[in-house]
Design a binder for this molecule. Structure first.
Ligand SMILES: [Zn+2]
Length: 189
């Protein structure tokens, strides 16, 4: 598939200066990307995003058009099988990612602990507009118990056919907690 345009671009070698400065400010070690093996994700141009929401709490859920189309088809196919999928969260800006980490730090959580549940700015798949957090009625809080639902079982069986893949399975190599709700649209070429 064609690369989605990004604002910051970002070569794999070395962090763009804006991100290096943000990481310094938050106290994120300069070897974060190397030790975690996480790929850099530039921030997609927000003007290209379309809203597939609202989320259960009334906020927009924005994705790039290709992912939005695939999401609509995925959701409809699930509905045809009697499974309701709910879009909880989509695009997240680098600024918002930074704000979330900052507020956790201010609440007294240790940085290494925070970085097991949220990626450093520039390393969240949500920056790309191709990642979506999915829930189902009764399971909208993005908790691990989503894995026990028919919705999750349906996704495991069918989402790949729509180009969606589970990014952070149990015991993933990146040291990110198991996220059964987090799916990335990444269709084969
Ligand atoms: Zn997510």
């Amino acid at each position: 598939m064609a690369a989605e345009p990004t604002v910051d671009g970002g070569p794999a070698s070395g962090l763009p200066p804006r991100f290096a400065a943000l990481h310094r400010e938050l106290g994120i070690p300069s070897n974060y990307a190397v030790t975690r093996g996480l790929p850099f994700h530039g921030e997609v141009d927000e003007a290209t995003l379309v809203d597939v929401g609202p989320s259960p709490d009334g906020r927009p859920v924005r994705l790039v058009p290709s992912a939005a189309d695939a999401w609509h088809r995925l959701r409809q196919a699930a509905m045809n099988d009697g499974v309701e999928l709910v879009a909880v969260s989509g695009f997240r800006s680098v600024a918002r990612q930074t704000e979330i980490i900052r507020s956790k730090l201010q609440a007294g959580r240790a940085l290494p602990d925070i970085l097991t549940v949220i990626a450093a700015p520039g390393f969240s798949e949500h920056h790309t507009g191709r990642a979506i957090d999915i829930g189902t009625p009764g399971y909208l809080d993005l908790e691990e118990n989503f894995a026990e639902t028919d919705a999750f079982r349906w996704l495991q069986a069918r989402a790949g056919g729509f180009g969606f893949h589970l990014s952070y399975p149990r015991g993933n190599a990146w040291g990110i907690t198991y996220e059964p709700w987090h799916w990335l649209f990444c269709p084969p070429d």
